[in-house]
Design a protein around this ligand. Sequence first.
Ligand SMILES: [Zn+2]
Length: 403
Amino acid sequence: MRYARIDTQSDPKSGTHPSTEKQKNLSKILVEELKDIGIEDAEMDTYGYVYATIASNSLKKNVPVICFCSHMDTAPDCSGTGVKPILHKNYDGGDIVLPDDKTQVLSIINHPYLKKHIGSDVITASGNTLLGADDKGGVAAIMQAAEYLMTYPSIKHGEIKILFTPDEEIGEGTAKLDIKKLGAKFGYTLDGGPSGSLEDETFSADAATIVINGVIAHPGYAKDKLVNALKVGAEILHALPTNEWAPEATEKKEGFVHPVRFEGIAEKAVIEFIIRDFDDEKLKQYGKRLKKIADNVVNHYKGATIEFSINEQYRNMKKILDQFPQVAEYAAEAIRRAGLEVTTESIRGGTDGSKLSYMGLPCPNLFTGMQGIHSKQEWIGVNDMAKAAETIVHLCVIWEEKS
Ligand SMILES: [Zn+2]
């Protein structure tokens, strides 16, 4: 709750690192708290990243260095200013009306997962802002686990790295990360949902851009000459399938293409797309299919041309994780030791973990308990956060045991 009160909203338009200076307000507190529990090398760099090391206390020399990572920023979708977290003790199963906006009501109907928390404590925001459990729930779990390991040296573990990143929500969580300095072999992000969930697969993602060059002429004297780029663009959008290959028509393992921006003038227009699938090969085909659709449209307009480009965004982490099966296996074992059932899930999106995995740090995602993220109805169960912390401790022990 202390972390949630600090405004750490990131900003996709800023272009700086971190995207908002205020994220460092949380970085600084975390560094202080890490030092207070005896982690002397805790530091914040100029980009707001927090790095810290819990030294190995194992006699074994071959225990790999493991990293636990969470992001400190909150989503730009919903206000993060003046967050007032509320602790609802011993939740009774009834509706939770948020006091600052009484139209915001959490109930078992719209948040069925609340049912699991009857009789225990839940945390919500107050109605005007998000809570920021995404991902301060993860930050709290890592901090709690770190404190536990520092307090009980009888628990044997290898070297543990702690990493807190800015700007995950705007896709730049790893932009200024010094992976060499971090020096970890394997990692885990704490940025997942319901307790027991272990995510080892994400989308692979590309961005596509179509620039449409029309043919311009004075509209008064344009007969048989003018080609309006906006109209060509609209026709390309219209030619996209609506009952498949769209986010609104797909689920589970199905991929899609999704226009996210369309702007321009009669002379020139630009359409931006995101393309998603779990399979890299399919992703490539999607790009070709999109280009073909656009070519077919523009070919009907004499003089008009398109420029088509694709930019890689991130790749499915599973391809990397499959090369190191112990990373996910140990996580599942840790979840079971915490008394939970493991649910393995595929994320229809990306996490810092997808990028980290391709930067050389294989990195599945673990639960924190966060729910209703990026909204005023965001909430988290205290027990879930405690279980996340417990899972981290078990993981440290398992890596030491099995080395
Ligand atoms: Zn997150």
